[in-house]
Design a binder for this molecule. Structure first.
Ligand SMILES: [Zn+2]
Length: 267
């Protein structure tokens, strides 16, 4: 597999298998917090809308053209619990305090109803945090201890072309985009597989020391595989990235149903 991002060598990035457009994002340089919370008595739980996995899966039509307008009919209701009550979208483990591309449209937790339609930036910010939080709960249910888990900033519209990553250094999940031209984008944050995969890196790094399970060499390959495993388990199907990765190239969608052996099937 090919890493395209030499300067991000310490970053647990998606392995996309090919080199897309060069990234402009430098990790840790996200927009400064645009919302600071600070209230007391904000809700501890709020209703949110999320896609089930990604637009292609949620629409029930795997052939949904990229760049299609996303319908609210494909979204389902969910409950984002564990909010800290500070009026930020902040569960203590995952939070939204900045947005590279939509800094003026950052969701705040000032209501128990945060159900935005899929064409709003707030929809993807909230869905990303909900997926991340839910994935953490899934792994917790297996007995993992996240009591010391330091908060991770989720950047739902990250200024990063054709990729996504978790940075253990800056405690941020950067969810990039694929530009289709004409002002249309496929967002990594609309693809739950990608969100859970990157969240999985954050969980993996918490459960194993970075010297044992880091993001380089064979340990990095294990990190990738386990992050994929969390996404596969969470959504309960064999394919990963039918939304975002497919937009980058159909061959990049990973399918656990495929039977390959190392190193015989390497190409
Ligand atoms: Zn990865």
């Amino acid at each position: 597999m090919v890493r395209c991002w030499g300067r991000m060598s310490l970053v647990a990035a998606m392995i996309l298998g090919g080199c897309g457009p060069s990234a402009t994002k430098v990790e840790g340089t996200g927009a400064p917090p645009s919302v600071t919370g600070g209230c007391t008595g904000g809700p501890s739980q709020a209703a949110v809308s999320v896609l089930w996995e990604n637009p292609r899966a949620a629409s029930g039509n795997a052939q949904l053209p990229f760049g299609s307008a996303l319908s609210s009919a494909w979204a389902v209701g969910a409950s984002l619990s564990g909010l800290r009550g500070n009026c930020l979208v902040d569960t203590g483990s995952f939070r939204v305090v900045s947005d590279d591309i939509y800094p003026s449209s950052i969701a705040v937790a000032n209501s128990t109803n945060l159900m935005y339609p899929p064409d709003r930036p707030e929809f993807r910010q909230l869905a990303s945090v909900w997926w991340a939080s839910s994935a953490q709960k899934m792994v917790s249910s297996l007995g993992a201890d996240f009591s010391g888990f330091a908060s991770v900033d989720v950047i739902a519209h990250c200024a990063l072309s054709s990729n996504a990553y978790f940075s253990p250094t800056y405690r941020e999940i950067c969810l990039g985009y694929k530009s289709l031209g004409g002002g249309k984008y496929v967002w990594a944050s609309d693809d739950g597989d990608v969100v859970v995969h990157e969240t999985g890196h954050a969980l993996n790094h918490e459960l194993a020391s970075t010297s044992a399970l880091n993001s380089t060499g064979e340990a990095g390959a294990l990190d990738e595989a386990i992050a994929d495993y969390w996404a596969l388990t969470y959504f309960g199907n064999s394919k990963i990235g039918e939304g975002f990765l497919a937009a980058l190239g159909a061959s990049l969608v990973r399918d656990a149903a495929a039977s390959h052996q190392y190193p015989d099937d390497m190409s």
